[in-house]
Design a protein around this ligand. Structure first.
Ligand code: GTP
Ligand code: MG
Length: 198
């Protein structure tokens, strides 16, 4: 799929203030610093569409980006970042779970996990939460450029095994990506395109 246009539309913490047209949307969620905003820039090929930072906690709001005037990519704040203020220290911030539960035009959540790390409890918990809530999701492994091919494959296989040994009977669709070298870009865009066509 070719990206012809990508425009920032609105940021807020209030699901009811998100765009009210019924265009389909895809939301990026995961731990702070995992690379959600970078992935949005990589997929759209617009370098500074979404704000990124080396320090966790950069994205604090729900951000809607309109793509090809036809669907949205949604950048969300990270979870699992200890330094967020005490009032938002709930494991998953309320407005984020509200977004997932109330946003009917959300067609798929992408849960991002850093491919270098052991499966993290908080990510597995968030996927469990999505599964229990009946919200479709896929997994995106990020920062693939940081590992050699063998280690990359080993880590992905390990992740799948941990899920299958846990409560998952099958592995959701998953993608291995790098915002640095654009690995996985065509696959993620083709997947979105296919859903949009149906
Ligand atoms: P929050 O908004 O804080 O939740 O973080 P985020 O998940 O949006 O992460 P962000 O895109 O801001 O990236 C965090 C850091 O990781 C930045 O320093 C990025 O340059 C770096 N980064 C993101 N993706 C990749 C990747 O694929 N490869 C490498 N090497 N670095 C990456
Ligand atoms: Mg971000």
């Amino acid at each position: 799929m070719k990206i012809n246009s990508a425009e920032f539309i609105i940021s807020n913490q209030d699901v009811s203030k998100c765009p009210s047209n019924r265009l389909p949307e895809y939301a990026f969620i995961g731990r702070s610093n995992v690379g959600k905003s970078s992935l949005i820039n990589m997929l759209t090929d617009f370098k500074s569409l979404a704000k990124t930072s080396g320090r966790p906690g950069k994205t604090q709001l729900i951000n809607h980006f309109l793509i090809n005037k036809n669907w949205y990519l949604v950048d969300l704040p990270g979870y699992g970042y200890a330094r967020v203020s005490k009032s938002s220290k709930a494991k998953f911030q309320k407005f984020i779970t509200k977004y997932f539960e109330q946003r009917e035009q959300l067609v798929c959540g992408f849960v991002l996990v850093d491919v270098r790390h052991e499966p993290q409890k908080i990510d597995l918990e968030f996927m469990e939460y999505l599964g229990e809530s009946g919200i479709p999701f896929s997994i995106i492994f990020t920062k693939a450029d940081k590992l050699k091919p063998n280690a990359l494959e080993r880590n992905v296989e390990h992740y799948k095994k941990v899920m299958l040994d846990g409560l998952w009977e099958e592995i959701p669709p998953y993608f291995v990506t790098s915002s640095t070298n654009k690995a996985g870009r065509d696959e993620v865009l083709a997947y979105i395109d296919e859903i949009n066509q149906n």
